[in-house]
Design a binder for this molecule. Sequence first.
Ligand code: GYE
Length: 334
Amino acid sequence: MGKMRTQSAPWRAAAVLASVLLVGGVAACGNSDTGGGGTKDDGKITMGFSQVGAESGWRTANTISIKEAATAAGIELKFDDAQQKQENQIKAIRNYIQQKVDVIAFSPVVESGWDTVLKEAKDAGIPVILTDRSVDSADKSLYKTFLGSDFVKEGRLAGEWLVEQKKTASGPVNIVELQGSTGAAPANDRKKGFAEAIAANPNLKVIASQTGDFTRAGGKQVMEQFLKANPKIDVLFAHNDDMGLGALEAITAAGKVPGKDITIITIDAVKDGMQALADGKFNFIAECSPLLGPQLMDLAKKVKAGQEVPARIETEETTFTTEQAKEALPNRKY
Ligand code: GYE
């Protein structure tokens, strides 16, 4: 079922039915793995994981971390790429419920609209772990835990650095903002944290803010529009490295020098972003770690064993200036 998203709904239903029948048939033959009872209880853990997509360097590193950690932990991973669409994630989760996986983990593409499918998983007795991004469901019993970063804090750290840099500015500082995917927790929260921090200096003004969907292409295209519409841009705040990297092309094409004419702040600190920072094209990055795989597998084992886990597990992160990026780059893992 690795290619679930390429199948149309009736075919997928047929495929699920076929695999259910197959498992049933094997059980009837007395295969020891199934205990002959129809429900699989071989001590092994199967995890159904629904990934957001492949939109950024961060996401690629996150996917690798999860796949490698599953192998290392002896967990069978069923992986689906939702291509940044909530409907695809809901379909994948429903498939995992039908397949009776032991644990469902996912990184919700947007924050809202999960209650129904999470309730279905709960009713089926399958524990859910949220990783990377969270949901806004009021009923916290719909999932076991949320493992990931504090995105508000990342936005705040980005804003605080800027406040410090511009503390002697006597006139207006014009900021443009490239937001992440609309409705995604990291987009909502980074925007919020940044706005809160820059409120400390009334000279700092966000004059334009639009989504670039967390992609390089999106960042480039929206930055082109920003540059056309606004003759004076002093600062770019991009919600991830990839959009900042795309924007670099637009800035250079407009005859401006990134990192000098326009101060650039991003979030993530993936290798390409760190290289741009070391080269002086970016000026500051707030880190967001994608290496969530090992902790996720550990949580899956605990949840499967019925152990209590903390409701929230926050990733540890730092920030980088150009000098710090030069130092960190040789040992950077992602
Ligand atoms: O910052 C961005 C990715 O959810 C933290 O998603 C993640 C974000 C990350 O596309 O690059």
